[in-house]
Structure formats: structure tokens, C-alpha cells
Ligand binder design. Structure first.
Ligand SMILES: Nc1nc2c(ncn2[C@@H]2O[C@H](COP(=O)(O)OP(=O)(O)OP(=O)(O)O)[C@@H](O)[C@H]2O)c(=O)[nH]1
Ligand SMILES: [Mg+2]
Length: 482
């Protein structure tokens, strides 16, 4: 179990390098502190906690940025008499007792007090900056506190990064362990690497750090399982959903519109649930905040262009404007014609009636039309949600840009508007599963749902029977393995 006292870490560094952003990402809390692209955003020390099984394992402290390391180091030099040998912590102590620690260097004094009070510091670096004297001096001061310092290299995905120069400069200052961690688009295993590196620097805390790492990995797995289950529920609901209509054209049109509206809403509900599961909200994905129709075809499930954008093959008939995405069938199994009252209603209700009347009653509603969502739309739904989950998994909670699903046929769906995550194996996996959904037969569980109207939560006759639960489970694992 966790040690009695939590491990205390101070997040320190030059101003505007992403310290508060790092805290947001590590705590998965987009509301932590204030983040702004200007120096001096954080003025006070604020803390956050990382929990394992409800118990605090780590306390993290955000600090104001160091601004003038050169002047501070000069000032500290003046606090020792020439020839006097004073070690780092003693120099810091003298500074903290000096008058300027209350005045000109008040901000820096806050940082140093906090670092002294912690077990180690995470030194956040903006690797786009050239390595300057001010950085070296502030590092020398921070190192003088006598606590381990782990440099966290931020903005590593930017083309203008100077990773090489920073690694060299840090090594010259005696800092050899460091970790690349982009707070806006961290690698999937970014946190695990960070805790591993930290454990190397402080073996007395290696236990809690490895527990934390295990916890982060297991939480990620649980989140993903939950997400795939949400998608499976969506797909089953939509595959099983059907609307009845009288055969004339205006009725069919109206019923089709209603089917589409319900399916769009159902997708929107899934999107909201996924965002919530990953601690994001609709602000992160505003292009999906409304179920869209018409001109915003880019997101409209039923526009043939949306299917084409995801590389889903659409047959000629399907591309025909008004009916796109919906399949029209002559109703073949149902009740007596007296059931005119059920027009437009869920067939699930009819099925129950059919059960009551006996399944021999078939084909009486032959004049009626049954409208369902076609396979291409199911493929698109699956692909869009998988792309969203991938974007969420790669998104840090410091990200301020919007999530935009890249619908290009062969480009994996990534969030744009900020750094692109490294093209790692996760993204390759996404592309492989997209290819599956684009071309292969739909999973059996979905095909079965087609003939089980009462499996749709959109239906009044919804019945979450064990076979449906099993189908959701099977489909979720198919989503995971594809
Ligand atoms: N693209 C990108 N932007 C980032 C990253 N990390 C931080 N930012 C942006 O950098 C700016 C500064 O981030 P903050 O987290 O406020 O930086 P800070 O170090 O806390 O700043 P001070 O409190 O002012 O010292 C914000 O605009 C962030 O959105 C990153 O990894 N990638
Ligand atoms: Mg800050």
C-alpha cells in the first residue's frame, strides 16, 4: 500500500512553460488553475492530489514561473562573502532570510520555499526556447535546494523544438534523467514514463511511484473498456431500431426524417458520454454539440459525403439524397392491419404483440414500409466513435484547441488544432480497425440486432434481456480487437 505520507512534488520552471498545464494533464482536471499563453499566469502556489484507491499517493504543487534567474543568482552571490564555502541549501536559506525575498524576488522565494518543502521537483521546460543564461541560472538555483529535479520536456512535438540542445545543457548541469512529456498531446505511456524516471531519482519512493504507474495503466484500460461498451450500446440500439410508415411517399419521407433525428440524437448522447468518461466536455468538441443536419454535412451521419469521407463505399441507390442512409423494406412480419395506430412507432411494440398473437401472424402489414438504418451508416457510426476515443486517449487535459475528427480516408483520426501526437502504435491500431469497419462484414452481434427490434433502447418496447447484454459485450470486444 501507499506510504503513510504522500510523496510531495513541486512543479517548477521558467514562466509560461506549461507548469499548470502539466498539473491539469496529470490530474486529468481541465479546470485546475489558470492557463494562459502569457508569462506570470500562476501567481500563487496551488496544490492537487493524485489518489490511488481513494487515498492520496502524491501531492503536486503548482508554482509561479521563475522570471529573472540571472538577477537572483547575482543577488545570492552577494549574500556570501568571497572565499566562503557555502553549500546549495545554505545559500537558499540565506536568500529566504534576506530582505529581497520579500520584495523583488518574492515570487521566486515562493517557488523555492515550496520546493524545499517537497521531496522532489518536476522542472518543466519549453523545448522551443533556446537554452539561455537565465535558464541555466534558474536551474542552478533550483538544484541548490538539494532535492532531486526531473526535467519534463514540454512542446516536444513542435517542429521548432530544440531537444538536443536542452538534453546537452541539462546534462552539463548534472541532470541526466529527463522525460519527454507533451502536456497537450502526451504519449499514451507518458505518465508511466514520468513515474518510472522519477523512481530512478528517489528509490525511497519507488514503491508508491510504481503503484501509481500501475494505477494509471489500469485506469486507462478500464476507461477504454467503458468507452467501447458505450459504442457497442450505441451500435446495437441503432442497428435494432426501426420505424414503420405507410407506403405513400410523404409518409415515408416523414418517417425517415424521424428515424434520422432519433439516430443523430442517439449518437450525440454517446459522444457526450464518451467525453464525460474521459473528463472532457462538449466545449472540447463543439462541432458535435448539435445533432447536425443539412448544410453541415461534414458531421451529418446521413449525408453520403460523410460516408465517402470515411472511405465507406456507398452503392448508387444509397447516395440518393433524401433516403441516404436509410433502408426501406416492405414490412414482412407483424400484426393485423388493424395496427394502423402503430404507424411510425417502434416495431418493438409490434413484436411483443406478435408474440402474443403467435409468430404465425406474418405478412399482414405488407403494404407498410419498415425503415432502418443501413449498414453504411452503422460503419460510419462505429468509425466516428472509435476515432473520437482515439482522439480522447491522446488528448491532455491541458489542451485548449478543439477536437476535430479528421475524416480523410487514409489519415487516422486525430485531433487537430494543437500538436499532433507521435505516430505511435496506437494510431496504427486505429487505422487497422478503421479499415476493418470500412470493408469487412459487420460483426455478428450487430447482424443479430437487426432482427431484434426490442434490443433498441430507442424503442418503447426496449428490453435489455440477457441476450442483448451478451451481444453488447461481444460487440465491445470485437471493437477492441479489430
Ligand atoms: N501546444 C502546446 N501548448 C502548450 C503545452 N503546454 C502548455 N501549452 C500552452 O502554453 C501556455 C502556457 O501554459 P501554462 O500551463 O499556463 O504555463 P505555466 O508554466 O503554468 O505559466 P505561468 O504560470 O505563467 O508560469 C498555454 O497557452 C498553454 O495552452 C503543450 O504541451 N503543447
Ligand atoms: Mg501556471
Amino acid at each position: 500500500m501507499t506510504t503513510a505520507r504522500p510523496l510531495r512534488l513541486a512543479v517548477v520552471g521558467h514562466t509560461n512553460t506549461g507548469k499548470t498545464s502539466l498539473l491539469r494533464t496529470l490530474t486529468r482536471d481541465p479546470g485546475f488553475g489558470k492557463v494562459q499563453d502569457s508569462p506570470g499566469t500562476t501567481r500563487r502556489v496551488e496544490g492537487a492530489r493524485l489518489l490511488i484507491d481513494g487515498a492520496t499517493a502524491v501531492e503536486l504543487y503548482d508554482t509561479p514561473g521563475m522570471e529573472d534567474g540571472i538577477a537572483l543568482l547575482d543577488y545570492m552571490d552577494r549574500l556570501t562573502t568571497p572565499g566562503e564555502r557555502v553549500d546549495g541549501p545554505e545559500r537558499i536559506r540565506r536568500f529566504l532570510q534576506s530582505p529581497e525575498s520579500q520584495r523583488r524576488f518574492e515570487q521566486e522565494a515562493r517557488v523555492l520555499r515550496r520546493l524545499l518543502d517537497c521531496d522532489a521537483g518536476l522542472y518543466v521546460v519549453d523545448v522551443r526556447d533556446p537554452v539561455l543564461g537565465k535558464h541555466k541560472d534558474e536551474l542552478a538555483i533550483l538544484a541548490a535546494c538539494g532535492h532531486p529535479l526531473l526535467p519534463v520536456l514540454n512542446f516536444t512535438h513542435r517542429p521548432e523544438q530544440r531537444l538536443g540542445a536542452w538534453r546537452e545543457a541539462l546534462a552539463r548541469l548534472g541532470l541526466h534523467a529527463m522525460v519527454e512529456f507533451d502536456t497537450v498531446a502526451p504519449a499514451l505511456d507518458g505518465e508511466a514514463q514520468l513515474y518510472d524516471k522519477l523512481a530512478l531519482l528517489m528509490d525511497e519512493h519507488a514503491g508508491v511511484l510504481s503503484e501509481l504507474k500501475r494505477d494509471v495503466i489500469s485506469q486507462r484500460g478500464i476507461r477504454r473498456d467503458d468507452a467501447l461498451r458505450l459504442i457497442a450500446e450505441l451500435l446495437i440500439d441503432v442497428a435494432a431500431w426501426r420505424v414503420l410508415s405507410e407506403p405513400d411517399e410523404p409518409s415515408v419521407q416523414a418517417a425517415t426524417q424521424s428515424l434520422r433525428r432519433q439516430v443523430r440524437d442517439r449518437e450525440a448522447a454517446c459522444v457526450r458520454a464518451l467525453l464525460k468518461r474521459y473528463n472532457f466536455d462538449m466545449h472540447d468538441f463543439p462541432s458535435h454539440s448539435l445533432p447536425l443536419e443539412g448544410e453541415r454535412w461534414g458531421m451529418d451521419l446521413f449525408h453520403p459525403q460523410a460516408l465517402k469521407d470515411f472511405g465507406i463505399h456507398v452503392g448508387k441507390g444509397l447516395a440518393a439524397g433524401a433516403m441516404a442512409g436509410a433502408t426501406l423494406d416492405v414490412f414482412t412480419a407483424g400484426l393485423s392491419l388493424g395496427a394502423a395506430t402503430v404507424l411510425g412507432a417502434a416495431v418493438g411494440g409490434l413484436w411483443q404483440g406478435a408474440d402474443r398473437l403467435g409468430k404465425r401472424v406474418v405478412g399482414r402489414l405488407q403494404g407498410y414500409r419498415e425503415i432502418t438504418v443501413n449498414d453504411a451508416v452503422l460503419r460510419l457510426l462505429a468509425m466516428r466513435q472509435l476515432a473520437l476515443v482515439d482522439a480522447l486517449e491522446h488528448r491532455g487535459h491541458a489542451a485548449q484547441g478543439q477536437i476535430v475528427l479528421d475524416s480523410a480516408t487514409d489519415a487516422p483520426a486525430l485531433s487537430k488544432g494543437y500538436d499532433t501526437p507521435s505516430a505511435g502504435s496506437a494510431t496504427d491500431t486505429l487505422e487497422a480497425s478503421m479499415q476493418h469497419w470500412r470493408t469487412r462484414q459487420l460483426p455478428d452481434a450487430l447482424l443479430e440486432a437487426r432482427s431484434q427490434p426490442q434490443w433498441s433502447a430507442l424503442s418503447d418496447a426496449f428490453d435489455n434481456q440477457p441476450r442483448r447484454k451478451q451481444a453488447v459485450k461481444t460487440l465491445a470486444s470485437a471493437l477492441a480487437s479489430r
